[in-house]
Design a binder for this molecule. Structure first.
Ligand SMILES: Cc1cc2nc3c(=O)[nH]c(=O)nc-3n(C[C@H](O)[C@H](O)[C@H](O)COP(=O)(O)O)c2cc1C
Length: 366
């Protein structure tokens, strides 16, 4: 397997990455009370030492009272949590990698299995998490304004702490995606609308404010998905034209890199072409893109949550698409969660040492 093209450097604004491999953001819930521990710092440093070019943190929540549904998800606000993140980024830099936090508001959620709930109800564009599941309140104009400001504060903390980038989480049916999704955004004000273009308004305002807070030179990533956990086959953009309506305003507002979340990177986005989501996003916006989804594994991540094991698989198709120029970077999730040495093994072609993935890997930080 020739993987040389994965080991070329990449530069964009504040990013100077030694290879094309990105650690995908993965929630681990090992930060009691929202404070990342020393074990969390060690976990990320190990991936840096193992050769990952760019690490994206697990989703880390902004300063809104109901931005999180889980007391062990890290915060990206407050002195104690930010001190924890400072240790994380310093350790990652010392170990030779770059990193950005994934900044997140979960929106309307189901209650946590422990029974823990935030001090105020969940908030979203409406009270809906998905059709048929209401569990919170529709945001007022004041709540929207404060949320936008909280995203911007989180990004400015990232820059001040020395992170190299920040990723805004706009995927997977969480707050920003709930604004994109017609099933959860039934607003009749400026944040709603019949078209995906109209429903980008909230995200655009978040991006503009974040951009203002970090300046023009700081690399900003946005993660997006067409699929929702509640609707695997759903597409915000059913055509190339709709994709343009969705992504162009986000690019114009200040996104440098689109992180295009798919369950399986090889699946084409539209009929008539084998381009995937990242391929189309790059073609339409001219921006850099990250692909992701079952790279190097036989099964997808929802299968993993349901208990299915995955085995290592070839990277040939990934490399073929990268060599064709479809995307710039490749995010890898579960293989890196399970094995901090995954990148070295790929680089040295030690394929017989690659591990698969099973749900047990989620139980601890290794
Ligand atoms: C345990 C776990 C936690 C995840 N948490 C997040 C998250 O916080 N934010 C996010 O955008 N995606 C999250 N994801 C999705 C991954 O970033 C990635 O897109 C997905 O696992 C597919 O990549 P893979 O097939 O290489 O694992 C998570 C995935 C896993 C397995």
């Amino acid at each position: 397997m020739n993987t040389d093209s994965l080991f070329r450097p990449f530069s964009l604004k504040t990013l100077n990455i030694k290879n094309r491999i990105v650690m995908a953001p993965m929630t681990r819930s090992f930060s009691p009370g929202g404070i990342p521990t020393d074990d969390v710092a060690t976990y990320y440093s190990k991936r840096a030492l193992g050769g990952v070019g760019l690490i994206l943190s697990e989703g880390t929540v902004i300063d809104r009272p109901s931005s999180s549904a889980d007391p062990n998800i890290p915060h990206f606000y407050g002195d104690a949590a930010l001190a924890g993140w400072k240790k994380v980024i310093d350790g990652v830099h010392e170990s030779g990698s770059q990193m950005g936090p994934q900044i997140w508001h979960q929106g309307i959620m189901e209650n946590h299995h422990s029974g823990w709930t935030p001090p105020v109800p969940f908030e979203g564009p409406s009270s809906l998490n998905r059709p048929g599941l209401e569990n919170g309140v529709a945001m007022t104009d004041a709540a929207i304004a404060d949320t936008i400001a909280a995203f911007a504060r989180a990004a400015s903390h990232a820059k001040a702490l020395g992170f190299d980038t920040a990723e805004i989480h706009g995927a997977h049916q969480y707050l920003i995606d709930q604004f994109f999704w017609e099933a959860t955004n039934n607003r009749t004000d400026i944040y709603g609308g019949k078209t995906i273009g109209e429903r980008t308004r909230f995200a655009v305002e978040v991006i503009k404010e974040v951009r203002k807070s970090v300046g023009d030179d700081f690399a900003l990533i946005m993660r997006l998905s067409q699929f929702k956990p509640a609707a695997y086959d759903y597409k915000h953009a059913k055509t190339e034209q709709e994709l343009e309506q969705w992504l162009t305003p986000l690019a114009d507002a200040g996104i440098d890199i689109f992180h295009c979340s798919q369950r399986r990177f090889w699946e084409p986005e539209f009929e008539g072409s084998d381009l995937n989501f990242a391929g189309w996003a790059k073609k339409i916006t001219g921006k850099a893109t990250i692909t992701v989804g079952s790279v190097g594994l036989t099964g997808d991540f929802f299968g993993a949550f349901a208990g299915q094991s995955s085995e290592p698989s070839s990277l040939d198709e990934l490399v073929r698409r990268m060599d064709r120029g479809d995307f710039d970077l490749v995010a890898v999730g579960r293989p890196l969660l399970a094995d901090p040495h995954w990148v070295e093994k790929i680089k040295d072609d030690r394929t017989d040492e690659l591990k698969g993935f099973s749900k047990e890997a989620l139980m601890q930080l290794v």
